[in-house]
Design a protein around this ligand. Structure first.
Ligand code: SAM
Ligand code: DTB
Ligand code: SF4
Length: 335
């Protein structure tokens, strides 16, 4: 039984059991939201981190993730697939910073990182983003020990490598790599001293048990991943999951709330799928513990709410989101 003690000063837990997690996920919504808020207020302030996302290398990936438009197994029409150069990427990072983003996430549609000029450019991009005073996150598939160390040396803040779903359901979604491959990469990232950004997707056809099982793997990592993106499937034409049924926004609220309770100090990121969430559903997610969003008109190959719309929403909610940007805006307005 999940006994919740508001006054508990208990340290973070790394031994959550699946049944216990499932019980939390399935609590009456009103109780779940209340518990998540208490945890959130106890461990965090209501500040939402704005993370901008940029696809440095789009498409042509040899993995068969059935949700992804960038896989060679999908027939999705991608807008473009150039490999962007260092300066062009840093220009995007500067624009993102001016818009108020504090973190710049860069994606490469690769199965794994290979040594060579593209990797050297990645290192330069990381250094450049850090020089701008922003957090830098990279997602580029599997990597080896040496590559992880080089990324750490370049100043990389975090490496994103999602587990997507439960170990049990994984084979239904991806068969070109194993769950263990993912865990091995995450271990190399951790050993190199880089923060882990690791989460999943809901709406792949998984059960609540699968969601609990994914959250169990994440919350039993010690330390917890510093960043936990929760994505709702964006059903993209041409992918195997294009006909998937849309999730109910309440499921997103449940997933975010449970992640917050299990991993009190992690950044829980309300990630892909926000365009399908009402303003009210997003507000409930912030209230229950989501403290980051992807900010910018585009995710990797799909669209995202406009910056202006998001700023308006966050102001309305009353959460803070990059004090420097807010004060810069008010000085400009006063002029
Ligand atoms: N190739 C790298 C990898 O898989 O780690 C990096 C890029 S990949 C697109 C990053 C993550 O985005 C995936 O692990 C997945 O969780 C998420 N993602 C991709 N396509 C998605 C979609 N259609 N809907 C929701 N999330 C998606
Ligand atoms: C994450 O968990 N979600 C982001 C980021 N990490 C790389 C990606 C979402 C991609 C959504 C589909 C697309 O735009 O292709
Ligand atoms: Fe490749 Fe990543 Fe897309 Fe999978 S999710 S196909 S690894 S780009």
């Amino acid at each position: 039984m999940f006994n919740f003690d508001i006054n508990s000063t208990e340290d973070l837990r790394f031994d959550w059991e699946r049944e216990e997690i499932l019980e939390i996920l399935n609590l009456p919504l009103i109780d779940l939201m209340w518990k998540a808020q208490i945890v959130h207020r106890k461990f965090n302030t209501y500040k939402v981190q704005l993370a901008s996302l940029f696809s440095v290398k789009t498409g042509g990936c040899t993995e068969n993730c059935s949700y992804c438009s960038q896989s060679i197994y999908s027939s999705s029409q991608l807008k473009s697939n150039p490999l962007h150069e260092v300066e062009a990427v840093l220009k995007r990072a500067r624009i993102a910073k001016e818009e108020g983003a504090e973190r710049f996430c860069m994606g490469w549609a690769w199965r794994e990182i290979r040594d060579g000029s593209a990797f050297n450019s990645m290192l330069e991009m990381v250094k450049g983003v850090r020089k701008l005073g922003m957090e830098a996150c990279v997602t580029a598939g599997m990597l080896n020990e040496n590559q992880a160390l080089k990324l750490a040396e370049a100043g990389l803040t975090a490496y994103n490598h999602n587990l997507d779903t439960s170990p049990e359901f994984y084979q239904n979604i991806i068969t070109t790599r194993t769950y263990q491959d993912r865990l091995d990469t995450l271990k190399r990232v951790r050993n190199a001293g880089i923060n882990i950004c690791c989460g999943g997707i809901i709406g792949l056809g998984e059960s609540s048990q699968d969601r609990a099982s994914l959250l169990q793997v994440l919350s039993n990592m010690n330390p917890h991943p510093e960043s936990v993106p929760i994505n709702a499937l964006v059903a993209i034409e041409g992918t195997r999951l294009e006909e998937s049924k849309e999730i109910d926004s309440i499921e997103m609220i449940r997933m975010i709330s449970t992640a917050r309770i299990l991993m009190p100090k992690s950044k829980v990121r309300l990630s892909a799928g926000r365009e399908k969430l009402s303003k009210e559903a997003q507000i409930l997610c912030f209230q229950c513990g989501a403290n980051s969003i992807f900010y910018g008109d585009e995710l990797l190959t799909t669209s995202n709410p406009a910056c202006e719309t998001d700023r308006k929403l966050l102001k309305e909610v009353g959460v803070s989101f990059n004090k420097n940007f807010e004060s810069k805006q008010s000085t400009l307005a006063a002029k």
